[in-house]
Ligand binder design. Structure first.
Ligand code: NAD
Ligand code: ISE
Length: 336
């Protein structure tokens, strides 16, 4: 069966996902699109012979020609569309964040639990990256002993003028929070945020930030966000265990040695760095949903937990204090 997908939000990442589903992956087609800017949606649909342009996200969800929904609109709109998909009993892939407040994430969890089955997957694509998957295997193998420290470096060459200081946490570090929960298989319990000497290229932005996050078992995680670093898009990760360390290696296929120097490329942005991860993420989601199974990727609980760390992180940034994270009990629908 070909999975018929409706896309809400045809901006930058919406178009990128439509491209991969239409031209790279198999088993799915785009049958409906919408955007708050309808002309933009029409332009995207012009390249998609089978796609209807709908007036609203709600119409996409309700369309009889849509089996599953992708939400790639702005973060504050995610809750409405995810709840609509759950109400319609349709699987929904929501780009990060699941929602922009813990309360909104809780409402999504409540609705999904009430529906009795998992319908929601959140777009934390790092879990599908081959280097991160290899790092997780090393940790789980016990080869480096129990993890004690983890460093997560998240560097962007630049950010748009609309990027605010809180976004270093809620838009950028949200990926680091999710991936460390997944790598170490435990929740995060407290966060402190320190602002370094500001990068003069970032205008008034407090950049870089250094976050110190404690896991439930006491592993200390440092997250660095540097979002004006110019040289490229660089994602670092290193775990220090009791008897060894393991780090994401540079993912360049070729090191060039010439004129007394070693040179290797750095990705330009998240699209280039995670292109294969996004492809794997969507192919696995399409295969699972088309087979009539529940999604197996990051859940509403994962989206909620990451947003809860972000909320605490923003509070910690503003207050300078250590802020605790209380998630409450995890519903049985989301496993152990
Ligand atoms: P964007 O601004 O390029 O696109 C968002 C689109 O949503 C816009 O075209 C806008 O008109 C549309 N929109 C807004 N409100 C809408 C509504 N109510 N109904 C329909 N359309 C609406 O933004 P983007 O960079 O594509 O980001 C979209 C989402 O993807 C965000 O949540 C962002 O955090 C996430 N994102 C994830 C990654 C990743 O690495 N996984 C990377 C970039 C963006
Ligand atoms: C962007 O929204 C993403 O999700 C990227 O993965 C991240 O690196 C970037 O900082 C965000 O702005």
């Amino acid at each position: 069966m070909t999975l018929r997908i409706g896309v809400i939000g045809t901006g930058m990442i919406g178009q990128d996902h439509i491209r991969r589903i239409t031209h790279v992956l198999s088993g799915a087609e785009i049958t409906a699109v919408t955007d708050a800017d309808l002309d933009a949606a029409k332009q995207v649909a012009a390249e998609l012979p089978g796609a209807d342009v709908m007036d609203t996200g709600d119409a996409v969800v309700r369309s009889e020609r849509v089996d599953a929904v992708i939400v790639t609109s702005w973060g504050p709109t995610h809750e409405e569309f995810v709840l609509a998909a759950i109400a319609a009993g349709k699987p929904v892939f929501c780009e990060k964040p699941l929602a922009t407040t813990t309360e909104a994430c809780r409402r999504i969890i409540d609705a999904e639990v009430a529906s009795g089955r998992r319908l929601v997957q959140v777009g934390f694509m790092r879990r599908y990256d081959s280097a991160y998957r290899a790092l997780k295997s090393v940790i789980e193998s016990g080869e480096i002993g129990a993890p004690l420290l983890y460093y997560s470096g998240h560097r962007n060459p630049d950010v748009p003028p609309s990027y605010t200081r809180d976004m270093a946490i809620v838009d950028t570090a949200v990926h680091d929070f999710d991936v460390v929960r997944w790598l170490l298989d435990e929740e995060l319990r407290a966060i402190r945020v320190l602002a370094a000497k500001p990068n003069s290229l970032g205008g008034d932005l407090q950049d870089p930030l250094l976050m110190v996050v404690e896991t439930a078992s006491g592993v200390l995680v440092t997250v660095e966000t540097s979002v004006n670093i110019r040289y490229g898009y660089d994602i670092r990760g290193e775990v220090v265990g009791e008897t060894g360390t393991a780090a994401l290696a540079d993912r360049n296929l070729v090191d060039v040695r010439s004129a007394g120097r070693v040179n290797s490329a750095v990705p330009a942005d998240w699209r280039e760095r995670f292109v294969a991860a996004f492809d794997t993420e969507f192919q696995e989601w399409i295969n699972t949903i088309a087979a009539g199974k529940a999604p197996t990727g990051p859940s509403s609980w994962d989206g909620y937990a990451a947003t809860a760390v972000c909320d605490a992180g923003v509070q910690a940034l503003h207050s300078g204090e250590r802020v605790e994270i209380a998630l409450g009990e995890k519903p049985a629908l989301y496993g152990h």
